[in-house]
Write a protein that binds this ligand. Structure first.
Ligand code: LLP
Length: 414
């Protein structure tokens, strides 16, 4: 028996997809505030070790209202660019709440963070030297590559010997020399081994490696272990959640034992992106045509990869629900291929998927679209990026980002 996420969670509160699309247009990103808050709390309570911080990795979703909610839940944030720092300030985060994880950045970008008193994580020996010249005597963090990686696709594995990230673990002597030359204080070290694990083991391997590096420095204030906590994308097929209790217990035991050995308490951080915002988002689209091309039935929608690129980029699976008159349809399943309106054959949202009977005019909901959905959306084919709507805790809804307009497409031409 399939489960239907929006029904189970009463995702749309007091409204329904038909009403929302009538008011805000299609396609449409819809977020549920209660689910977002729940996920923030689960991460904040992952371990009982007291000096523990959750850096929400806002690349997953940096919609301003969602950032304000994450802040309200006590989360801090990591940023990957001056643009992310800019929206974090707009959401009310303070410089000390932000960790700038740089990768191949210009000196101007480093200076942007330095001027604002934001701690920056440096990703290579040469950039450490550049930083030392810009900010002699300053504080700095370094991203290490623990030599192990994990992730749902090779494109999102960020640790290990074949990735561009981090300083190798065997470069500590050189790191120390550069720190000394520029009188820098290493206040933090960090890593991120990759995105989406459903079992904690490889993450904990990475944790151990980073802690073994931490032991070699005595100025540290924090160690940041990165994100990657997975969510079940195949809920309709009964995929289990990451066992947070078990993961948290193992993680906690490791941290507590290490601190005892190290002799002074450090702050430990994690950087979840997907886990925080993935499940609170559903992308709604409209079926404009159904056609049979040779042996295949194509359901033609407005859900192109300009709106949600994950299936095209990583062959990612997203559960789909069909809405008829605002209710989830379940009858007469048939295998179809759901496609968008972009002029590429790879523009496929779901391939050979068994879905309830679909008529033209029905709405589709793409589940787990809250992470790496809007944040990776584009104007490809000069299509307009959708509006975003928040279902608030009392069940009412509110637009939090308007749809692009045709004028937006012309905005930067000179
Ligand atoms: N920290 C760093 C340094 C990262 O590079 C990332 C993600 C995260 C934290 C958060 O990882 P998460 O908890 O969300 O797994 N676009 C891909 C995912 C790319 C992740 C890149 N880095 C996708 O849609 O699956």
């Amino acid at each position: 028996m399939k489960t239907y996420f929006t029904e189970e969670t009463q995702f749309f509160g007091k409204s329904d997809p038909v009403e929302l699309v009538k008011e805000y247009g299609s396609p449409l990103y819809v977020y549920n505030e209660s689910i977002l808050r729940k996920r923030c709390k689960e991460m904040a309570n992952l371990v009982s070790y007291p000096n523990f911080k959750v850096n929400y990795s806002i690349k997953a979703n940096s919609s301003l209202e969602l950032l304000k909610i994450a802040k309200d839940e006590g989360l801090v944030a990591d940023a990957m660019s001056p643009g992310e720092i800019h929206v974090l300030f707009a959401a009310g985060f303070k410089p000390e709440d932000i960790f700038y994880i740089s990768n191949n950045v210009s000196e101007e970008e480093m200076q942007f963070a330095i001027d604002r008193g934001i701690i920056i994580s440096i990703d290579s020996l040469s950039q450490l030297k550049q930083y030392g010249k810009l900010n002699p005597g300053g504080n700095v963090a370094i991203r290490f590559n623990p030599g192990v990686g994990a992730g749902h696709h090779e494109k999102v594995v960020t640790g290990g010997k074949k990735t561009k990230f981090g300083v190798n673990m065997n470069k500590i002597t050189e790191v120390k020399k550069i720190l000394e030359t520029h009188n820098l204080t290493l206040v933090g070290i960090n890593q991120h081994i990759g995105s989406l694990f459903m079992e904690i083991d490889s993450y904990l391997e990475g944790v151990k490696s980073v802690l073994s590096i931490a032991e070699q420095f005595d100025t540290l204030e924090f160690v940041d272990f990165g994100g990657g906590f997975g969510i079940p994308y195949e809920k309709q097929a009964g995929e289990a959640r990451l066992d947070l209790e078990d993961a948290g217990n193992k993680f906690n035991a490791l941290l507590t034992a290490w601190v005892e050995k190290y002799g002074k308490p450090l702050t430990f951080k994690i950087e979840p992106g997907r886990y925080i915002s993935g499940e609170c988002g559903v992308l709604i689209g409209t079926v404009h045509t159904i056609k049979q091309n040779y042996d295949l039935t194509f359901v033609g929608t407005d859900l192109g990869f300009n709106v949600l690129s994950r299936p095209m980029m990583y062959d990612s699976h997203h559960d789909i629900e069909i809405f008829k008159d605002g209710k989830v349809a379940k009858e007469n399943e048939k295998v179809v291929t759901v496609v968008g309106n972009i002029c590429e054959s790879g523009d496929i949202m779901a391939k050979d998927r068994a879905l309830a009977h679909i008529d033209e005019g029905d709405l589709l909901g793409v589940m787990n679209a809250g992470a790496y959905g809007y944040s990776m959306a584009s104007n490809y084919n000069n299509r307009l990026r959708p509006a975003e709507v928040l279902i608030q805790q009392d069940g009412s809804h509110r637009m939090i980002r308007r749809r692009d307009t045709l004028e937006d497409l012309m905005r930067n031409f000179v």
